[in-house]
Design a protein around this ligand. Structure first.
Ligand SMILES: [Mg+2]
Length: 231
């Protein structure tokens, strides 16, 4: 039986200690001279495309030009964000992987019936930078990213479609798992008729994740045997 595992990044695979938010604040400051532009925004489980537009709105910066086209500052913002994130990432020393994640991914990677992909709110360039710290990109050949303004369940739906195209196979719905650290992640399970695994390495505990419909919950992924018992 083939299993598709769709992984969230922040709080699930890695803990970046706020580098994402810092890099966004740096980019926002460079572009608009506004400090802590993202301060009031809770980014957990949200897509970058939506986070960025929210910051623009909070600071009364138009997201669309008078002629209806998107404000070109959004694209410029992403360029500055990736530049700032790259600088932040280069200063990280040691691993930022959540407990057990590296060993679990390696274990799954060695099995020929597990397919790991990303389903993340990060824009792809940001996702790949963050995962480069622990050399994790090799485990995730495809997935779906937060470049567009869509709902999280649509992002996961897109990850499934991209995976089926990439691996040239169809996955049964009950063999597809969305894995994440926020209610927004695990809620996708019920919405899409797929399974969900919550992990309490982000800002939510096991109880909260269960209450939002997680089929399975873990404190962290250090117990690989228990994780594999799901399948
Ligand atoms: Mg997360």
């Amino acid at each position: 039986m083939n299993y598709l595992l769709i992984w969230d990044i922040d709080g699930t695979l890695i803990r970046t200690k706020g580098v994402g938010k810092r890099a966004m604040n740096t980019a926002f400051y460079k572009l608009f001279g506004i400090e802590d532009g993202f301060g009031p925004i809770n980014m957990a489980g949200m897509l970058d495309a939506i986070i960025v537009r929210k910051a623009f709105e909070i600071h009364n910066i138009p997201v669309a030009l008078p002629d209806g086209r998107e404000n070109t500052d959004i694209e410029r913002f992403y360029e500055l964000y990736i530049e700032a994130l790259s600088a932040e990432i280069s200063m990280i020393q040691g691993s930022i992987a959540c407990p057990g994640v590296l060993e679990l991914l390696e274990t799954l990677h060695r099995k020929d019936n597990f397919y790991n992909v990303l389903g993340t709110g990060n824009i792809e360039a940001g996702a790949r930078l963050k995962l480069s710290v622990d050399n994790m990109n090799r485990y995730f050949p495809t997935g779906s990213f937060g470049n567009r303004q869509i709902e999280r369940y649509q992002l996961i739906e897109e990850a499934i479609a991209n995976s089926e195209e990439y691996f040239k196979m169809t996955f049964q719905r009950d063999k597809i798992f969305v894995i994440g650290d926020t209610p927004k992640d695990v809620e996708c399970g019920n919405k899409l008729g797929i399974k969900s695994i919550g992990v309490a390495t982000g800002n939510y505990n096991k109880k909260q994740l269960s209450e939002h419909g997680a089929d399975y919950v873990f404190e962290n992924f250090s117990d690989i045997t228990s994780f594999l018992e799901i399948f």
